[in-house]
Design a protein. Structure first.
Length: 483
């Protein structure tokens, strides 16, 4: 029997198991205590512990737990005791350890994907998959599904969703074998989005149900309920485009809102029936940058390339309409807005912009008036300047409803409610398109008399010409029901 400082040393196997148990439980105090008391014994036996014990070698979950525990102990020695020798044993020299290189490649690929550089991410990732072929072990089980998932993302966001599906399935199979619940949820969600994008409704709904089960098993009932509601919506048939409310970082369907939920800061967002492709987003962002710099022709080229990559995405067509109006190509702009409406009914100001393009094409307004509308809407001037610009534009186009809307909102910003009410009523009297009319109704309800406001808001909800304004009206009415 051996003693150190009056205490009996723990048997190596008991010490090993105690360390692994403490590391898995996240009990850092226990790890620190054992490391302090048994430092020499840990250093002496660590090399032999690296061989996974025979009783658990066939159990992937237990093996993963065991290896993770040893790594946690080694990391504690390096971090708290300044001793990297144990970690070096686990990982080997950084320059020569293939797992370290692999993990660096994964980080680089994640950065490339975040920057929409999908081919740059995909090529080296495929090389790592080829390198890992035939290899086994916890490191491979940890890195390979992440690699397959990232390749799947690269394919998906380049418009190759059908290639992404088998990659996600391979990653899911590994995570199921190793009982990696977080990995299962991630890859099931990716499969849901891929099948949803491909229009495979039944498959998409099934892949939404399965992460709900995983979340429920993990004790996350809220996330599980959300996934089940998502599966239900897909099965029922999602609309092409809908408005949702975001509050406290959570997305809430308009139909699921109730008065108790209205306490907090709200924002409104469009949700389509399929995920946007990253490569399309990159082209849209590039086109927007070019347009903001005044190069409308090049901007239109970027938007057309984006539309060719994903013909179902309304964003490139919507922005093409703006570029075409800037280039005085009004019939083309009308066609772009018609196509946008088919893909995503009520997308942002699509309906109002189409009405503006029609007025330009028929020469009822001048291009200078169009530029004035743009300046008031997007110029970022203070309310007094916007109201003055609206008055100048109205002198040339006294029957253009959107100018009255812009003037009314500017006057509200100046706290001139009487003037805002007069402008809103004048706009409504000039036969506005459904988008502008919905917004004028909500604006008038903000400054008008209470007995009339209820009717104005109800009309805005029923008209639904501007989807976000109609959603706002609905929420105001809901809040009033309580008060």
């Amino acid at each position: 029997m051996r003693w150190i400082f009056g205490k009996r040393r723990m048997a190596p196997e008991a010490l090993r198991d105690a360390l692994v148990d403490a590391a898995e439980a996240g009990d850092q105090a226990r790890v620190r205590k054992l490391a302090a008391e048994e430092r020499d014994s840990i250093r002496e036996h660590f090399a032999s512990w690296q061989k996974v014990p025979e009783p658990i070698r066939a159990d992937a979950q237990q093996t993963q737990r065991y290896v993770a525990g040893l790594i946690a102990v080694a990391e504690h020695f390096k971090r708290a005791l300044g001793d990297s020798s144990l970690l070096d044993r686990v990982t080997g020299p950084p320059d020569g350890n293939p797992l370290v290189k692999w993990e660096k490649a994964l980080h680089a690929a994640q950065d490339a994907i975040a920057a929409h550089r999908y081919p740059q991410a995909e090529v080296p990732l495929r090389e790592w998959v080829a390198t890992a072929r035939g290899l086994k072990g916890p490191g491979v089980d940890r890195c390979l599904p992440i690699t397959l998932g990232l390749i799947g993302q690269s394919c998906f966001h380049q418009g190759r969703a059908i290639e992404a599906v088998p990659l996600y399935l391979q990653a899911l199979e590994i995570c199921e074998r190793t009982a990696d619940r977080d990995g299962q949820i991630a890859h099931l969600s990716s499969l849901h989005e891929a099948q949803r994008w491909l229009g495979e409704t039944a498959e998409a709904a099934a892949f939404a149900e399965r992460p709900a089960e995983c979340c429920e098993q993990a004790g996350n009932q809220e996330r599980s309920d959300w996934a089940r509601r998502r599966a239900f919506r897909v099965r029922q048939g999602e609309p092409l485009n809908r408005v949702v409310v975001e509050m406290g970082g959570k997305q809430i369907e308009i139909d699921e809102l109730s008065a108790p939920l209205l306490d907090g800061r709200l924002s409104f967002h469009f949700v389509r029936n399929r995920m946007a492709l990253g490569a399309v987003t990159a082209l849209v962002e590039e086109g927007s940058r070019l347009g903001n710099s005044g190069d409308d022709a090049s901007a239109l080229g970027a938007f057309r390339a984006a539309a060719a990559l994903d013909p179902s995405d309304p964003r490139p067509l919507y922005l093409s309409g703006l570029a075409q109006m800037c280039l005085c190509r009004y019939p083309d702009a009308i066609a772009s807005y018609d196509a946008t409406e088919r893909l995503a009914p009520g997308w942002y100001h699509c309906r109002a912009d189409r009405a503006l393009a029609l007025a330009l094409a028929s020469q009822r307004i001048s291009h200078a008036t169009f530029e004035a509308v743009r300046a008031i809407e997007d110029g970022g001037q203070p309310p007094t300047e916007r109201a003055a610009l609206a008055d100048l534009a109205l002198a040339d186009a006294p029957d253009l409803p959107i100018l009255y809307l812009l003037k009314a909102n500017a006057l509200i910003g100046m706290k001139c409610t009487a003037g805002a009410e007069e402008a809103a009523r004048a706009g409504l009297a000039r036969d506005p398109d459904p988008d502008v009319r919905t917004r004028l109704l909500v604006t008038l309800a903000r400054v008008g008399k209470p007995p009339e406001n209820q009717r104005l808001l109800e009309e805005a909800v029923a008209l639904d010409g501007n989807r976000i304004a109609a959603a706002m009206a609905r929420l105001i009415l809901l809040a009033r029901e309580v008060n």
